[in-house]
Design a protein around this ligand. Structure first.
Ligand code: FEO
Ligand code: CA
Ligand code: CA
Length: 625
């Protein structure tokens, strides 16, 4: 227990209350010290984990001798208002909020943004999850625009919508953008304006429901008495590609768009767990668009909070909300295949003390076919992590939840609580290692851990993968499915990294031993594996560079080696931003990185700040992932 510098007494103080069983000590050793990877002691859990997953190094000595797999020199923190990448790399802007997708779009006004008519034809605001598709030799990016910065979008009314037109503009600059990109002279990429692939999918786009909850009474509205034809996808946060070439966009904080014009309207019972209230978060849609007024359309919020599938290759396709994947505040969707061909989708619900989920299809995927229908028929599970380093996926069924099959999908949070899942520190992105049978989830932070229960009243005392009270730094949990099969129900787990501050933090708040003064960060959020099995970690944390965050600088992107635990900082974003969203060009010589809600006047140097996608490449033209 030397590596982390803690005695067990110190751990007791940090993690009280906790079970009496000494398994906890072993969990801490595995979770914090990383000695299973770094020091030659295969502590509890890691032996099976390292050796059972076809890991890259088969013995301790081989691991110790392995050279760093990173092809860059790590960079220091930054506190300025631009992007930094390592020596030998370059970056440039691909597109900014308000840049045209179609040549008819009015030019962006640096002081005022754009109006509703223009919003349909430009790149949306607050870029988030994305993926690049190779379609008939062309490169097409599908990318989320998560939310609207109201004060930035409505600078003349202090961010308060004044009219139906203001609301329509906001509805149109969020959602999803499909756009063709192409290499640009001198390096980097640009949008192919007027490409037939270019498309905006927003808060009003016609969609379909599919899966077991489609057509249920819970989803019917006056405008859609069949409960089959919802409008819009919203608060599109993370995303994930499918093996059949479609894009899964994930609806996260949808609750904020709804409100009631009748202050006395009695909110349906299911609203509180999802945070749906009378006022919303300031978008004020309900004041100008009756669809969002829950006193008139109480079922409308249940038509959001889903995983929506989009075919980027067909600009005329109708997006499909796949109800079998459940309704939560979906962060992203990590789609993989079990060895027998069943489709497995891992999903996180980003709120303090909510859960981690998995969907497993009943049918098997046949390569080369459209697998979309597989997402309509399968089983949904919630993760349960045990102190002893084991875990299981608990099925959400009428027997385990006391709810019927449709209720489980519409009120998935309540189903997870009933089944007894493990409350997590805000699950953000989930990913699957392409070269080893491992799943990863960013648990970004949770100031309420050990302080108060989640929105459903579930206990949030410290537990195995969430071992710190008042967790302001976050961690990444990793699991190893039994038999290297993502379709199975049991797993072993450890922590890939526990973020912290080794300089000013105390005890466990120093972070795990693969965190040091040179690479520290807080609040891991976006996460993506490249084709070589390097995990890229993006942060959305406190960038004050003060107090407990001193020395951590602006939000950033780091690269982690799953085999050694080594983590190096690769990119820093402008002050105020979150770095989120990552994908690669077809030739893997360019990476695309999202810069969301930058501060200052990024990237233009004057006028409104504009969230942007930047391209990053090596000056020598070598691969970057
Ligand atoms: Fe949209 Fe949980 O980040
Ligand atoms: Ca996020
Ligand atoms: Ca976040």
């Amino acid at each position: 227990m030397k590596d982390h510098g803690l005695t067990m007494d110190e751990w007791d103080e940090v993690n009280s209350p906790r079970p009496d069983i000494s398994d906890f000590d072993l969990v801490v050793e595995e979770a914090i010290s990383r000695r299973g990877f770094l020091g030659g002691v295969l502590a509890f859990g890691s032996g099976a984990a390292v050796m059972g997953t076809g890991a890259l190094f088969s013995s301790t000595s081989a691991r110790a001798q392995a050279a760093s797999r990173f092809a860059f020199k790590p960079i220091p923190i930054a506190t300025d208002s631009t992007v930094h990448v390592p020596e030998g790399y370059s970056w440039s802007v691909v597109t900014r909020w308000g840049d045209p997708l179609h040549s008819g779009a009015a030019a962006f006004d640096p002081a005022n943004g754009h109006d509703a008519a223009t919003a349909e034809h430009v790149f949306g605001e607050n870029t988030d999850g994305m993926w690049l598709y190779s379609i008939d030799g062309r490169e097409v990016i599908a990318v989320n625009s998560e939310y609207a910065n109201l004060k930035t979008n409505l600078p003349n009314s202090d961010g308060v919508p004044q009219s139906a037109d203001d609301v329509l503009m906001l509805q149109r600059i969020q959602g999803v953008t499909i756009m063709e990109v192409a290499p640009k002279d001198g390096g980097g990429y640009e949008v192919v304006v007027d490409s037939p692939f270019n498309r905006r999918i927003d808060h009003n786009t016609p969609m379909k429901f599919s899966g077991p909850a489609a057509g249920s009474d819970l989803l019917k509205t006056e405008a859609d008495p069949e409960g089959m034809n919802p409008l819009g996808t919203m608060n599109n946060c993370g995303s994930g590609p499918t093996p059949w070439g479609t894009y899964l966009t994930c609806e996260e904080n949808f609750n904020g768009y709804f409100g009631s014009t009748d202050a006395d309207f009695e909110l349906p019972e299911d609203y509180s767990r999802y945070g749906i209230g009378h006022d919303g978060w300031g978008y004020d849609y309900h004041k100008f668009d009756p669809r969002f007024d829950v006193s008139k359309n109480p079922a409308e919020p249940r038509r959001q909070g889903w995983v929506t599938e989009i075919d980027p290759s067909d600009p005329t396709s109708t997006p499909i909300k796949r109800t079998a994947l459940g309704r939560i505040k979906h962060e992203n969707a990590a789609c993989t295949l079990a060895p027998d061909g069943r489709v497995v989708v891992y999903m996180g619900d980003d709120e303090r003390g909510e859960y981690l989920y998995k969907f497993v299809s009943n049918g098997v995927y046949a390569p080369g076919t459209d697998g979309g229908a597989l997402l309509d028929d399968g089983a949904l599970f919630v993760a349960k992590f045990n102190w002893d380093g084991t875990g299981e996926w608990l099925p959400l069924t009428p027997e385990t939840t006391g709810m019927d099959a449709v209720e489980i999908l519409v009120y998935t949070r309540m189903a997870a609580s009933a089944a007894g899942g493990t409350t997590m520190d805000r699950p953000e992105w989930v990913q699957v290692n392409p070269v080893a049978a491992e799943g990863y989830a960013s648990l970004t932070n949770n100031k309420n851990r050990g302080v108060k229960p989640n929105a459903g009243g579930d206990d949030t005392s410290v537990n195995g993968p969430n071992p710190r009270e008042v967790n302001n730094y976050g961690q990444i949990v990793r699991w190893y499915p039994a038999n290297d099969d993502h379709g199975t129900s049991s797993f072993r787990w450890d922590l890939f990294v526990m973020a912290g501050n080794p300089v000013v933090g105390d005890g466990a708040y120093k972070g795990s031993s693969n965190v040091n003064e040179g690479n520290m960060f807080n609040s891991p959020d976006g996460m993506m594996f490249d084709s070589t099995g390097i995990v890229w970690i993006q942060t959305d944390g406190d960038d004050s560079n003060e107090g407990e965050f001193e020395g951590q600088g602006n939000n950033q992107m780091l690269a982690g080696d799953p085999a050694t635990g080594e983590i190096h900082r690769f990119l820093t974003g402008p002050n105020g931003c979150e770095v989120t969203g990552l994908c690669w060009s077809t030739d893997r010589k360019t990476m695309f990185v999202g810069i969301q809600h930058p501060g200052g006047s990024f990237p233009d140097g004057e006028g409104l700040p504009r969230s942007s996608i930047v391209a990053v490449w090596r000056d020598d033209g070598a691969l970057v992932g």
